[in-house]
Design a protein around this ligand. Sequence first.
Ligand code: DGL
Length: 303
Amino acid sequence: MTSATQRPIGVFDSGIGGLSVLRALRAELPNERFVYLADSGHAPYGERGDAYVAARTHAIAGYLQAAHDIKALVVACNTATAAAIHEVRSRYPALPLVGLEPAIKPSVALTRTGHIGVIGTRGTLGSSKFGRLMTSLQGQAHFVVQPCDGLAYAIERTTDHGPAAVQAATETEALCARYIGAMGAFGAQAGQIDTLVLGCTHYIFAEHVLRSLVGPHVQLVETGVPVAVQTRRLLDSAGLLAEVGREDAAAAGETAIRLLSTGDLGPLRAAAHRWLNLPASDCAAVAVPSAIDLSAQNTAVAP
Ligand code: DGL
């Protein structure tokens, strides 16, 4: 039987975006095993509405515990955190749980002009959780908040092959240009936005596009590293940090990172290889049915 500390950490997102968090987790916690689940069969989450996203989050949290005996769960998705983290926490009170929210609190300490841009999905930025966060920071900076419909979905598809990937890259550039353009002037001068918070885990994979639009003097703020540090803290205080070095575990035949997808394996395989240098062989398809019928909730619109 696997000892409590040797059990894997579950990490999930609607798709490949959470790989940016997994990358930081792997660097912070090199002795740990991870099970990463991309809910690609039900992505994108951003424009679907809370009931749908909450149902998927519950289904996946339950699945990762039952099928993979996870010792902790990182919800590497701002949209799922906003829709369901409180309910997941009360349903599984013993499970160490880390969620993500746009890093606007730390951005207040970073800005010099006092003007902060925030991009994220409609689900995240329209949530009451985000509303409360904004209220708590009222008066401390000027925030420009921009929902980016379709952007996570376009980034997800840049991992396709051939013309589809080229088309998705063009779409990613066009959407970034449209949304960044709508936010106002970026730069280090008075009145300009000098700090851009990436409130969706997919967006860091379009960093080069965003950087080219906002210029060299704007700080891009994402959440991977702080989330990894917080995960370490939680595991440590629960006495759940893995004790054995990965070298020993690898010798025992354990896979350090297992990748699962509820949809097409192609994007996850390609993204994990491109961004984390992980072998495609560690990738498998799984079915994670929702406890409720989602057809009535499924309001997704791909732009
Ligand atoms: N990556 C997710 C987030 O951080 C959501 C992307 C989506 O499925 O819309 O919010």
